[in-house]
Write a protein that binds this ligand. Sequence first.
Ligand code: PEP
Length: 251
Amino acid sequence: MRTKLIFGNWKMNKLTSEAREFALQSVEFKKYADEHGVQIGVAPTFTSLSVVKEVNPSLTVAAQNCHFEEKGAFTGEISIPMLLDLHIDWVIIGHSERRTYFGETNETCNKKIKALFAHDMTPIYCCGETLEQFENGLTKEVIKEQINVGLADLYKEHVKNMVIAYEPIWSIGTGKNASKEIAQDICSYIRDLVKEMYGDASETVRILYGGSVKPENVRAYLSEKDVDGALVGGASLKVDSFKQLIENIVD
Ligand code: PEP
C-alpha cells in the first residue's frame, strides 16, 4: 500500500512571517492527515525552510532545488549539506519552472538525484511535457527521456522510496487541467518505465499528478490507480484550501 501524499509547492511566495503562520496552523491539520493515513508536506523558499521546520517538525518539508556539489564556487546555490544542516531531507528536482527558466536538464537532475540519495534524502522528481509536445502526441516520448536519463544508474533500494511527479507544463498554474484519464495513463506509463529500469521498485515508488489541482478536483485524480497523490502550487498557499485538499481525499 502506497501512502497518499499531498505536497504543496510554494514557489517564490511567502515571507517568513507568512510561512510561520501557515506552519502554526498546520499543526492541527497535520494531525488530521495522520489520523487518515495521508502524508502532507510543503516546499517553502530557502529563506523559510527553517521556520517551517521549527514550528512544525512533524511536517515533511522540502527545498525547491539544490546543487549536486557539496561546496565550492557556485554563487547563489545551496548545497545538500546546507539543507541537512537545517534538517531538510526532501528536495523537489527538475520542476518545469527550473527547467524552463534556469536551464535544468535531465542530466543535471540525475546528478542531483544521485547526490541526494548519497545522503539518504528524498527527491520529488518532476517530469512533464509542453503544450506543443502534448498537441503533437509526443508526451510519452518526452516522459520516457526524462525518466530514462533522470533516473539513470541509481540503486533500486533508493528508487523504491522516491517520489515522481507528473506535471504537464500546460496545466501548471493555468487552470487547465489534464483529465484524470490522462493523469492515470501517464502515471501508469511512468510506473512501467520504472519497472523496466528497477523492477519491483515500481510498486512502491509514489507517483503524483500536478497541474491546477484544487480541492474540487483532487479526489478525482487520487481515485485513479496509479496516482498516489498531488503536487500542488496555487491551492497549497492558503491554509483553508490546503486543509480542504486533505479533507476531500479522505473517506
Ligand atoms: C506546481 O507548481 O508544481 C503546480 C502544479 O502548480 P499549480 O498547482 O498552481 O498548477
